[in-house]
Design a protein around this ligand. Structure first.
Ligand SMILES: *Cc1c(COP(=O)(O)O)cnc(C)c1O
Length: 391
């Protein structure tokens, strides 16, 4: 018996998805299986050297050993502005429209704490990256699921949302290129989103950490590229994925100054910002990384994507060929449930995949694999899956 009763909020949080997977991996490893995990999306390649060198330099400067400004150094925010201008032709004010985050994951909690009252709704895609849902719960908000269906290109149907719920909704989450479905959004969709948000007075949060991970010449959009977007929302982006910096914890929220200011007030009362040396390294990443380095990273993911696509197609697993993200969203074959098929692959092939329902009920019937494992391990995983599927 626990001595201390957890808050109702916490009791509503489902077990962290990867905690469950980790347990299963542990069990298989204890049995001596050489487990290959395609479960977690965490780049396998190191942070580029010029970024590490800048961290070293900045860490050696005692000026950086003191508390940072909680909203981020002006130089970091200016680098974000320059990057958005160059990459998306979006104009931002560094002082009022940019906020440094300790990784973009924490942004959804700040946003919820800033705007959601008990009983307010948050419009959350299903399936989705789990923090949109859990941060809503932590703020005592109510989740309204927006089904992402393959037939609609995994875009939510905004005109299908219950009117009474729309009246009580504060935030709409979107994330394209999408984790886990790998779908992408176009300008027409974002225009519809802006009109919807204006009409209903709902804040749009576009979570865009995969904007740089794309293939075949495709360039993902920023939501803020669409006219009127800054009137209704913010975008999160992150250094984690394009620069192999998941462990460094740095990202940003940009856009509507009123929303940014409210998030900053929450942050000011929760943490004291990002280590300045990490911010200097991030400035270097944003401004000094040659495009060719990102292109090279994407070419590696693209080769892995093609290997998985060819393998899965040859064994009868239906899979989307993604234009962006380092995931593959696959149909579970032969009437398997997603959890059943994931367990089957772990048992028969020693390969870990994520059951789609871990991202929400509409993920049932799918599983996700991540391309962030070294080439040789991925090839080995594909061999094993091929054998397991042909038995
Ligand atoms: C990886 C990821 C993030 C980013 O995370 P950081 O906290 O910046 O490391 C945010 N959203 C989605 C959908 C992701 O997949």
């Amino acid at each position: 018996m626990a001595k201390y009763t957890r808050s109702g909020r916490l009791q509503q949080i489902p077990p962290y998805l990867f905690a469950e997977i980790s347990k299963k991996i542990e069990q298989a490893k204890n049995k001596g299986v050489d487990v290959i995990s395609l479960g977690i999306g965490d780049p396998d390649m190191p942070t580029p050297k010029h970024i590490i060198a800048e961290l070293e330099r900045a860490a050696n400067d005692p000026k950086n050993h003191q508390y940072p400004d909680y909203e981020g150094m002006l130089a970091f925010r200016e680098a974000v502005v320059a990057w958005y201008k160059k990459r998306h032709n979006v104009a931002l004010d560094p002082v009022s429209e940019v906020l440094a985050l300790i990784g973009s994951k924490e942004g959804s909690l700040h946003l919820s704490l800033a705007f959601v009252n008990p009983g307010d709704y948050v419009l959350v895609p299903n399936p989705c990256y789990t923090p949109y849902r859990t941060s809503t719960i932590l703020a005592n908000g109510m989740v309204c699921d927006l089904p992402l269906l393959e037939a609609n290109g995994f875009l939510p149907q905004l005109d299908r949302i219950n009117r009474d719920i729309c009246k009580r909704a504060k935030i709409l989450y979107l994330s394209y290129p999408n984790n886990p479905t790998t779908a992408v959004a176009n300008v027409e969709f974002y225009k519809e989103v802006v009109d919807f948000a204006k009409d209903k007075g709902i804040i749009v949060c576009s979570d865009n950490p995969y904007s740089e991970i794309a293939f075949d010449g495709y360039k993902p959009l920023s939501f803020l590229e669409v006219p009127g977007a800054k009137d209704v929302g913010v975008e999160f982006n992150s250094l984690s994925k394009p620069y192999n910096m998941t462990g460094w914890r740095i990202g940003m929220a940009v856009g509507n100054p009123e929303i940014i200011s409210a998030m900053a007030t929450v942050k000011n009362n929760v943490d004291s910002g990002v280590f300045n040396a990490v911010q200097y390294a991030a400035i270097t990443a944003l401004l000094k990384t040659p495009d060719s380095q990102i292109d090279h990273l994407n070419s590696i993911y693209q080769k892995r994507r093609d290997l998985v696509y060819d393998t899965f197609t040859s064994v009868g697993i239906r899979v989307r060929k993604p234009k962006a993200t380092f995931y593959m969203w696959c149909k579970t074959p032969n009437g398997h449930t997603c959890a059943g098929f994931a367990a089957h692959l772990l048992e028969k092939a020693g390969v870990v995949v994520t059951p789609g329902a871990a991202y929400g009920s509409y993920g049932e019937g799918y599983f996700r694999i991540s391309l962030t494992v070294p080439d040789a391990r991925l090839a080995e995983a594909m061999d094993r899956i091929k054998k397991a599927m042909s038995k």
